[in-house]
Design a binder for this molecule. Structure first.
Ligand code: ADP
Ligand code: MG
Length: 244
């Protein structure tokens, strides 16, 4: 199957991401078993689950950074298996935004240059400068623009990685525990910035322990012993019962 690139894909198709019976094994350990879900364009979802339950593994699969042991992943209706390396890197670079603890900043570049780097590589430096400034401001990095990564706290590095992903306005942002290492105020700010991205039509898949952040997503899923279940309705009912 050919990947034709960008918005020419599946016109009238509202699907962003779909997993069908996806299993991931590491050696003899089955981390994810028969995971299926579908996320429409512009939707947001949280993935909850205790440490070691497979959240990062799931995000890596959906971010096309890992291959399933079995099952299928579709991005915008397109089967991922069978794409060439070039087609895959095209998707990773132009359609997906990653906010992973491992998405490191380049040590020799300032915060500003790190955030603008993807734009520079895409030849879009000029048109992305304003947006970069806005994000730097919103994420409380204005006084850190000229700093090098080693001069930043973990939380500041995380926010810079978030700004770098958001500047490019990808179709889908995958964020792995984006509010870890942040105090409550900053966590709220990150949550607001993510909501802002969603308002711009960007889909979100977020692994998190942060319940307020999870609640701000339209849908919530939980991983339990390798199984992924949609708990959006259950959680809402619980909330209502608590509230009423
Ligand atoms: N590359 C790997 N090789 C072997 N085991 C792995 C690998 N990546 C993750 N695991 C294992 O898979 C399980 C799920 O890990 P992970 O997806 O990081 O969970 P979470 O993000 O929910 O904490 C853990 O038991 C972890 O040790
Ligand atoms: Mg993890």
């Amino acid at each position: 199957m050919m990947y034709r690139g960008g918005s020419s894909l599946g016109s009238g198709n509202s699907m962003m991401m779909e997993a069908i019976d996806v299993t991931k094994r590491f050696g003899k350990d089955t981390v994810l078993a028969s995971v299926s879900f579908r996320l429409d364009k512009g939707q947001s979802m949280a993935v909850l689950g205790p440490s070691g339950s497979g959240k990062t593994t799931l995000l890596s699969l959906l971010g096309l950074l890992l291959t399933p042991s079995s099952g299928e992943i579709l991005f915008q209706g397109q089967r991922i298996q069978g794409l060439s390396d070039r087609e895959l890197s095209n998707l990773r670079n132009h359609q997906l935004g990653y906010v992973f603890p491992s998405s490191q900043l380049i040590g020799s570049l300032t915060v500003w240059d790190n955030i603008l780097l993807p734009a520079r590589l895409a030849g879009k430096t000029r048109e992305k400068q304003k947006r970069s400034r806005e994000l730097i401001e919103q994420l409380g990095l204005a006084t850190r623009m000229d700093h090098l990564p080693h001069q930043l706290s973990f939380g500041q590095k995380r926010r810079a990685a978030l700004a770098r992903a958001l500047v490019m306005e990808p179709q889908l942002i995958l964020a792995d525990e984006p509010t870890n290492d942040l105090d409550d105020n900053m966590a709220k700010e990150v949550s607001r910035v993510l909501q802002g991205a969603k308002a711009r039509g960007i889909s979100l898949i977020i692994a998190t322990h942060d319940y307020p952040l999870a609640e701000s997503m339209e849908r919530r899923f939980r991983i339990d012993r390798g199984r992924l279940s949609d708990v959006t309705v259950t959680d809402r009912e619980l909330g209502e019962r608590k509230g009423g």
